[in-house]
Design a binder for this molecule. Structure first.
Ligand code: BES
Ligand code: MN
Ligand code: ZN
Length: 476
């Protein structure tokens, strides 16, 4: 979609006017007195009307915008503008009186809300026609700069959404690797480890998960160096289970199709790498993806197996469906051996227990460093991605002691998100700052929201980007 910023109206395009209830006396509708005369509007949320042949415009949509005070209300109105006008080919939105930041936020919301995944629809006539949006107002041309930056982030979110929506017969670990390689044209150095190399490195926990799949396992490493070489990098690690059937501990069939989104963590990481490199961030950021498929097969790992992880610690596999932590464990070891991270943040659709605890409102944030946790939560707040602190304690850690190996891959019946985090914590060296985001409830949107259509959310892209952005500002 083309987004333009201009300062005059074009009378042939449909016009969208916002009716704002309370924003320091600013209301674009005031420029159209005939509309006010003709209609009895309150400006409250979701009030919609469409007029034809008025004030020289062939068609005008008027959208009640409520109070438009918070950032998310601006973004939501962007999403609603898209919704009301998606069947017009080309629209102009009156943003008279609004600040450049507010205009950019509305445009950002519109872009995020306009996303759709129609690749597999052979009949496209239901899909939206809108392909050009012009924002018209005195601060519009100024808004362009703010928007250009936000649009980089939206492109990262879209990549993540596309990957999450893509079915697992198409998006195999190998295909994911191809997508990662695509970032090299943005100045990201991409390195791929195949099964032979993973074996040599001793990443047996990750390989054990993939051994029941006909699709080969990979680790993809993306390096973006936007700051001095000496500056320690942020390291992001993503769980990329392209399909989680559970393995021999097979999942029940009801809802199993959802498990194509079990690479939501890896999508967030690659999406963030795209956003960060597109906006040419002045920071060093490494993204690492553990890409495997968890399937039952004659070669699949079994409950009771013991595997030696790259760290040297042994794992007794109690449940092959607790696979994400095994994939992450080796990736976490790898990044600590290879880099000197400023901090490590892993993202994973790790446990159903996380969804039981926080539903679809917040992802849980675990970790060993309060400052890092706070910075992540703050970054999430700024970007309206819900994140909530979760506990790490010795008691959870004790639950994963094994009788025959160093640890087992599941805890007891309760606190599954916390015992999973404790498991990951065993792979973090003393003194390394680390956080784990369990995004199980956040990767998929079931209902549809103004800036998040149904399907893959791309959750985490904006928080990771914002964390880096905040850091860039703090060292300036
Ligand atoms: N990918 C799932 C977690 C998940 C479940 C995410 C539902 C989103 C929705 C993970 O690999 C898994 O299967 N976890 C098990 C762990 C258990 C066997 C200890 C779970 O949560 O049931
Ligand atoms: Mn699983
Ligand atoms: Zn999983």
């Amino acid at each position: 979609m083309k987004i333009l910023f201009c300062d005059s109206y074009n009378h042939t395009d449909t016009l969208v006017v916002l009716n704002i209830k309370e924003k320091k006396n600013i209301n674009p509708l005031k420029s159209f007195p005939n509309i006010l005369k003709n209609l009895n509007l309150t400006g409250s949320h979701n009030e919609k009307s469409t007029l034809v042949n008025i004030d020289g415009f062939s068609k005008i949509h008027i959208l009640g915008a409520g109070k438009l005070q918070k950032k998310q209300s601006l973004r939501n109105i962007g999403g609603k503008i898209y919704d009301i006008s998606k069947n017009d080919k080309s629209i102009q939105v009156s943003v008279a009186g609004l600040s450049k930041q507010d205009i950019a936020q509305i445009a950002y919301g519109l872009i995020l809300g306009s996303y759709s995944f129609t690749k597999y629809k052979t009949v496209k006539n239901e899909s939206a026609k809108l392909d050009k949006v012009s924002f018209v107002g005195e601060n519009s041309s100024e808004a362009k700069k703010c928007f250009d930056n936000l649009n980089c982030i939206a492109q990262g979110v879209f990549l993540a959404r596309d990957l999450v929506n893509e079915p697992a017969n198409v998006l195999t670990p190998e295909k994911f690797v191809e997508t990662a390689k695509g970032l090299s044209k943005l100045g990201v150095k991409v390195k791929i480890l195949n099964e032979d190399e993973l074996k040599k490195l001793g990443m047996n926990a990750l390989l054990a998960v993939g051994q029941g799949s006909a699709n080969k396992s990979y680790v993809a490493i993306m390096e973006y160096m936007g700051a001095k070489e000496s500056e320690n990098p942020f390291v992001f690690v993503g769980k990329g289970v392209t399909f989680d059937a559970g393995g021999i501990s097979l999942k029940p069939s009801g809802g199993m199709e959802d498990m194509k989104f079990d690479m939501g963590g890896a999508s967030a990481v690659i999406g963030a790498m795209k956003a960060i490199s597109l906006r040419k961030a002045k920071a060093n950021v490494i993204g690492v993806l553990g890409l495997v498929e968890n399937m039952p097969d004659g070669l699949a790992q079994r409950p009771g197996d013991v595997v030696a992880s790259m760290s040297g610690q042994t794992i007794e596999v109690i449940n092959t469906d607790a696979e994400g932590r095994m994939v992450l464990a080796d990736c976490l070891t790898y990044v600590q051996k290879k880099y000197k991270p400023r901090s490590i943040i892993d993202l994973a659709t790790l446990t159903g227990a996380m969804m039981v605890a926080l539903g679809q409102e917040y992802a849980g944030v675990f970790g060993n460093n309060d400052e890092l946790k706070q910075n992540i939560i703050k970054a999430g707040d700024s970007e309206v991605e819900g994140l909530w602190p979760m506990p790490m304690s010795k008691a959870y850690n004790k639950e994963i002691n094994s009788n025959i190996a160093d640890m087992k891959n599941t805890g007891s019946k309760w606190g599954g998100a916390c015992t999973a985090a404790a498991f990951l914590g065993r792979f973090i060296n003393d003194g390394t700052s680390w956080a784990h985001l369990d995004i199980a409830g956040m990767a998929w949107e079931y209902k549809g929201k103004p800036t998040t259509p149904k399907g893959g959310v791309g959750f985490g892209v904006r928080t990771l980007d914002r964390l880096v952005w905040d850091w860039e500002r703090s060292v300036k």
